[in-house]
Design a protein around this ligand. Sequence first.
Ligand SMILES: *Cc1c(COP(=O)(O)O)cnc(C)c1O
Length: 362
Amino acid sequence: MIPMVDLKRQYHKLKNEIDQGMLTALENTQFILGPNVQAFEKEAAENLGAKHAISCASGTDALHLALVAAGIGPGDEVITSTFTFIATAEAISYVGAIPVFVDIDEKTFNMDLDAVEAAITSKTKAIIPVHIFGQPVDMGRIQQIADKHKLLVVEDCAQSYGADINGKMTSTFGIAGCHSFFPSKNLGCYGDGGMITTDNDDVAERLKVLRNHGSFERYHHNIIGYNSRLDELQAVILRIKLKHIEEYNRERRRAAHYYSEQLKDLVTPPQEDGIGTHVYHQYVTLTDKRDVIMSKLTENDIACAIYYPIPLHKQPVYEEQYKSQSLPVSEKVASQCMALPVHPELTNQQIDQIVSVIKSAI
Ligand SMILES: *Cc1c(COP(=O)(O)O)cnc(C)c1O
């Protein structure tokens, strides 16, 4: 059996340290905004080169809180990719703003930046670039577009922890960068968790208040906030895993490059555009033989998945609103994309095995 991610093997490598850390936190009983949460925020901010890191309950909340803190609200238009996880758009809808979906580039699966420029109207307030599957969006160009039209940039880094552009980390380009620590993410905890990074002191202050019931001072509530905190036990795990994130991402890249070498005549491997470092949250290929390959992989106990089968403008929840919209590249990619297992623990021998099953399928 080859799973999409091998969290068990990863846990066993860190078991002593994690078990010890958990026991200490349990004895300590400071479960809400405790010492590990505070230490993790400092360590993550330093690791990413951000002035502030504010943890919260999930990646979805990170996006939601970031939009609230940035002052995005009813009637504002927010441009994002149609080829992403639903949470990116949900956050826009939560604040009463209007998601404006744009098509993607077929090579990188990232937002088509000409399409972003073409989508700007007088109501546009922000852009949410999503570093899809771990490949950085061209943030230089995003910044130019944003500066020219006076737009805010909120990065969705749920799939790109540790990915950089010339040494500058994704999540440090816009007014806020949003991370997810969902278990299968490149930096994952053992439950839900999220974080926002920002260099803006006001935004950081607002985020700290928003995640904690709108309270600057205990039992004094100035605004309507939320209950959205990273819990202490998750922070213990994240602090331990953070020390290994560079190695994890390096191993993901090793696995991806090995795959691409073996697969290049069988399917279209994912392409790197060279703008930043791809950290391969997912290894997504294109093939018109997806059905036969996937059933053969399943037969052989090898996991595989479709990220994403339906672009957001075609999702039932948004379909009515975007009925007339056609975003042909994303629709084509959705019909041909196939994700194979990728994780730091995946060995080259396992990849050989996966490749030979794919070969036999076609
Ligand atoms: C995982 C993910 C999210 C949401 O993160 P959660 O922690 O699961 O809430 C948002 N955007 C993208 C692109 C994601 O992959």
